[in-house]
Design a protein around this ligand. Structure first.
Ligand SMILES: NC(=O)c1ccc[n+]([C@@H]2O[C@H](COP(=O)([O-])OP(=O)(O)OC[C@H]3O[C@@H](n4cnc5c(N)ncnc54)[C@H](O)[C@@H]3O)[C@@H](O)[C@H]2O)c1
Length: 343
């Protein structure tokens, strides 16, 4: 469909902190054919700041009123994790397309409720913000794997490091809030489902709370005899870094850092490491927002993560938490994948 023939999509943003404001700016300023028409946040100042960068979008005092407003075609949810499933269900009930930041839910039962509600609705309305799928480096690895030149993919190896996390971050929190990206990366790059998991975690510093598990190793048995192993370290101190490698029969493909400048400074030569996730994935967030708006305008299925992918990440998370606590290999339990998610 030619760009000029497409309908202007009005977007309402729920949760206008760091991520919501980033999406608001992207959609309002960088995505053709879309504007941010409405915002809601429990913090009125955050809502006002986001509205100001969106040419005075309307500030709502109730998220359900925003979702059901005739001035909102589609909704982006970037409020805290434990609000996601409820808001997404409200969007489904209103028949509105929704891009929900990861995780889709904080409990697998709630993610399943979203999937079941969407299956009942009969059409895909829910997208989930696993933005690595839109990162040029990850996309290049996937393309290399799909080309077949490297032979069959065998093993996914991931690294996910954050500089620091809140005091007392439990293994369950790391798995729910951070590691979902890695579970999705393994599924996306190998094109396989996770069948069972084995997780070990340690506390990396004596001064941390005794329940902290800030360095985890995820071992995942994938369908069709593939394997995946990922390090998730949320107190890596030196900065933020993500990488993924797919080992194939005749070679491997690995993401490279986006920075291309060699720095010489203080008797050292090397590369800049980002302090947080925003700059390495700037392009990915913009591409994700563009693809989401385009899917609404054209009716073509969103090529990012679906409600099923969000549910799978939560099912794997659930199994990982059990494995971390019991020290056992745990199978991932899921319902059968419906046809509408096989597109
Ligand atoms: N995809 C990614 O790479 C990525 C990166 C960072 C964060 N996230 C996700 O985005 C979401 C927001 O994270 P953030 O870093 O922007 O956090 P944040 O704390 O900066 O922002 C959260 C905002 O939600 C508001 N809020 C709190 N309760 C609310 C409610 N009930 N309804 C509406 N708004 C409410 C807060 O006032 C705040 O403005 C989280 O779910 C997080 O996991 C995703």
């Amino acid at each position: 469909m030619a760009l000029e023939k497409r309908k202007l999509i009005t977007v309402g943003i729920i949760g206008t902190g760091g991520m919501g404001t980033r999406h608001a700016g992207n959609i309002h300023r960088l995505v053709d054919g879309a504007i941010v028409s409405a915002v809601y946040d429990t913090d009125k100042e955050n809502a006002a700041n986001a509205a100001a960068i969106c040419d005075g979008a309307q500030i709502f005092d109730d998220p359900l009123k925003l979702i059901n407003s005739s001035t909102v075609d589609a909704v982006l949810i970037a409020s805290p994790d434990d609000t996601h499933a409820k808001m997404t269900l409200a969007c489904l009930h209103a028949g509105k397309a929704v891009l929900c930041e990861k995780p889709l839910a904080t409990r697998v039962e709630d993610a399943l409720e979203v999937v079941r509600a969407e299956m009942k609705y009969g059409r895909r309305l829910v997208s989930v913000g696993f933005m690595r799928r839109f990162d040029p480096q990850h996309a290049a690895v996937r393309e290399a794997v799909l080309s077949g030149e490297l032979g069959q993919p065998l093993l996914w190896k991931g690294v996910h490091r954050n500089a620091s996390s809140a005091y007392g971050t439990s293994g369950a929190t790391v798995l729910t809030n951070s590691a979902g990206h890695d579970m999705d990366s393994a599924r996306f790059l190998l094109g396989e489902e996770v069948l069972e998991v084995f997780v070990r975690g340690i506390k990396t510093r004596p001064e941390l709370h005794e329940d902290t598990r800030d360095l985890l190793i995820l071992n995942m048995r994938m369908s069709n005899d593939k394997m995946a192993v990922g390090e998730v370290f949320v107190n890596a101190d030196y900065g933020y870094e993500v990488s993924a490698e797919v080992v194939c029969q005749y070679g491997t493909a690995v993401t490279q850092q986006p920075d291309k400048v060699l720095l010489r400074h203080k008797a050292q030569r090397g590369f800049f490491v980002s302090a947080d996730w925003l700059s390495p994935f700037t392009e990915a967030y913009i591409s994700e927002d563009r693809a989401w708006i385009e899917s609404i305008q054209t009716g073509i299925v969103f090529k990012g993560a679906s409600a099923w992918d969000g549910y799978m990440a939560m099912s794997v998370t659930n199994a990982c938490i059990e494995s971390l606590h019991t020290g056992k290999i745990v199978p991932v339990k899921t319902i059968e994948k419906a046809e509408m998610y096989k597109l």
